[in-house]
Design a protein around this ligand. Structure first.
Ligand code: AMP
Ligand code: GLY
Length: 427
C-alpha cells in the first residue's frame, strides 16, 4: 500500500484518540485536523475551520492533496459531506470514512432509524411517531402509555433531545413544548414516543464496507454528571472496555440480531454506507435491544476503543474503501482500557473557558487525550465542557482505572471536576 494524506474533522477527545491512532500508521503521510485542539496538534497540523464548511474542506483537500477524509462526528455526515465529495469531479477520488447523507439518517432521524429497524426485524423499543398534524392523537397515545415514557426529538439535538417522563403530565408537557414550541428547533417538529427499556447500556462498533464489516472493541460509557449515574446527561464522563457482561454468548446475539441485519439491510436498500456504525444498545435481561444508531464513533468510547484496537486504522479504512474488509481480522488488545473525563465546573451547563492547565509532564503510564483544550500564549487552556480524557490500560478494569485516577489528579486547572466512580458496577 502507498501512504495517504488524511484530513480528520472534529475537535473532541474522540478526534484526539483517532489522531493518536492514525499517527501510528506507517500508511499515514500527512495528518490534518480541522479544527482540532491542543492535543491533536501533537499528532498533526490543526486547521482553523468548521467541520461543516464544505468549501473550505474542498480547498484544503485540493491544496494538501488529501486522500482520506475522516469525519469524526455526525454533523458533517448528516449535512452530506460524503455526497458533496462524491459529486465533485475534483474530489470524488477521495476516500470518505463515513456514510452517504442517506446512510447518516440512521443517526440524523430517529423516525428513519426506527422504521429501518422495523423493516429488518431488529430488536428495539416499540414506538409511534407524531407531528403537529396528529398532535391530538399523540396526546391520547401518551395518556394510555405505561410509565415512564420516552420522548425523542426526531432530528439531531446535540444529545439533548431525549426526555424520559416519569408521569403522564410530564410527558404531555414535554411533548407539547417539543412540537408546539419547537423546543429543539426543526429537530423536534417530529417526535418519537417509545417504550422505556430497563437494563444496562453498552456501545458496540462496526466498520462496514457496504457488504462486509469488522467489529471493534465494545465499550460502556458513563453519561450522567454525578456519581452513581445521577444528575444531568453529559456527552460522557468516562468509559471502559471490554464490558464485563458482554460475554461471547451475548455478543453472538448482538451479531446475529443486530449487526448483521443492519449491514445487510443497508445494502438491500441501496443505502451507500462505508463507515463506522455505532450501536447504542441496552441489555434487558440478557436480550440486546437498539436504543439508537450513530453514524460515527462514540465519545468518550473512542478513547478506549482505539487503544484496544491492534490493527492499523489507515489499513482498515483502505480495505473498507476497496470493499475487502472480509480479508481483515480485527485484533482486540487483551488488556482492559478505561478513560476518565476531566470537565469544567458548571458543565453540562454554562462553564468558564481559558483556565490554564498544568501537570501534563507528570502524567505517567496514561494517555491524555485532549477534548476542550486550546493553546494560548504558550499555555494549554480549557476551551470546552469536557476538557481531557485520561486513558490507561490494565490487566483488569479496576487496574486501568487506578492508573487513570492517579494521573487525573496530576492535571490541574481551576474548577476541575471528574467522576470518581467510573466502572463502579464492576468492582
Ligand atoms: P439517545 O439519544 O437515543 O441515545 O438517548 C439518550 C439516552 O436516553 C440513552 O443513552 C438512554 O440512556 C436513554 N434512553 C433512550 N431511549 C430509551 C429507552 N427506550 N428506554 C430507556 N432509556 C432510553
Ligand atoms: N458517548 C455517546 C456518543 O458518542 O454519542
Amino acid at each position: 500500500m502507498s501512504s495517504y494524506n488524511i484530513l480528520l474533522l472534529g475537535s473532541g477527545g474522540r478526534e484526539c484518540a483517532i489522531s493518536w491512532k492514525l499517527r501510528q500508521s506507517k500508511l499515514c503521510k500527512e495528518l490534518f485536523i480541522a479544527p482540532g485542539n491542543a492535543g491533536t496538534a501533537q499528532y498533526g497540523t490543526n486547521l482553523p475551520f468548521s467541520v461543516t464548511d464544505f468549501e473550505e474542506i474542498k480547498r484544503v483537500c485540493l491544496e494538501d492533496r488529501i486522500d482520506i477524509l475522516f469525519p469524526g462526528g455526525e454533523d458533517s455526515l448528516v449535512a452530506g459531506i460524503y455526497d458533496f465529495v462524491k459529486n465533485d469531479p475534483e474530489l470524488k477520488h477521495i476516500i470518505v470514512a463515513g456514510p452517504s447523507q442517506e446512510g447518516a439518517q440512521l443517526e440524523g432521524s430517529k423516525a428513519f432509524s426506527k422504521k429501518f429497524m422495523e423493516r429488518h426485524n431488529i430488536p428495539t423499543a416499540a414506538y409511534r411517531e407524531f407531528t403537529d398534524e396528529n398532535f391530538e392523537e399523540g396526546i391520547a397515545y401518551l395518556k394510555q402509555h405505561d410509565l415512564p415514557i420516552v420522548l425523542k426529538a426526531d432530528g439531531l439535538a446535540a444529545g439533548k433531545g431525549v426526555i424520559i417522563a416519569q408521569s403522564t403530565d410530564e410527558a404531555v408537557e414535554a411533548f407539547t413544548t417539543m412540537i408546539k414550541e419547537a423546543q429543539f428547533g426543526d429537530a423536534s417538529k417530529k417526535v418519537v414516543v417509545e417504550q422505556f427499556l430497563d437494563g444496562i447500556e453498552l456501545s458496540v462498533f462496526a466498520l462496514s464496507d457496504g457488504t462486509n464489516y469488522v467489529r471493534l472493541p465494545e465499550a460502556k460509557d458513563y453519561k450522567r454528571i454525578g456519581e452513581g449515574d445521577t444528575g444531568l446527561n453529559t456527552g460522557g464522563m468516562g468509559a471502559i472496555s471490554p464490558v464485563p457482561f458482554a460475554d461471547d454468548a451475548f455478543m453472538q446475539k448482538i451479531t446475529e440480531r443486530i449487526i448483521e441485519p443492519t449491514v445487510r439491510g443497508l445494502k438491500q436498500e441501496n443505502i451507500i454506507y462505508q463507515g463506522f456504525i455505532f450501536f447504542g444498545l441496552i441489555n434487558v435481561k440478557g436480550e440486546p435491544y437498539v436504543i439508537e444508531y450513530n453514524c460515527r464513533m462514540g465519545d468518550p468510547e473512542t478513547e478506549v476503543v482505539m487503544p484496544r484496537l491492534e490493527n492499523d486504522l489507515v489499513e482498515l479504512i483502505v480495505k473498507m474503501h476497496e470493499g475487502k474488509l472480509n480479508e481483515v481480522t480485527v485484533q482486540h488488545d487483551k488488556r482492559a482500557a478505561c478513560t476518565v473525563m476531566l470537565v469544567s465546573e458548571g458543565y453540562p451547563g454554562n462553564y468558564p473557558k481559558g483556565r490554564v492547565m498544568t501537570g501534563f509532564d507528570k502524567v505517567n503510564s496514561s494517555i491524555a487525550f485532549h477534548a476542550g483544550t486550546s493553546l494560548k500564549d504558550g499555555n494549554t487552556v480549557t476551551s470546552g465542557g469536557r476538557v481531557i480524557a485520561i486513558t490507561s490500560y490494565g490487566d483488569t478494569i479496576q487496574d486501568a482505572l487506578k492508573t487513570s485516577y492517579e494521573n487525573a489528579a496530576h492535571i490541574e486547572y481551576e474548577g476541575r471536576y471528574y467522576r470518581k466512580d467510573i466502572g463502579y458496577e464492576f468492582k
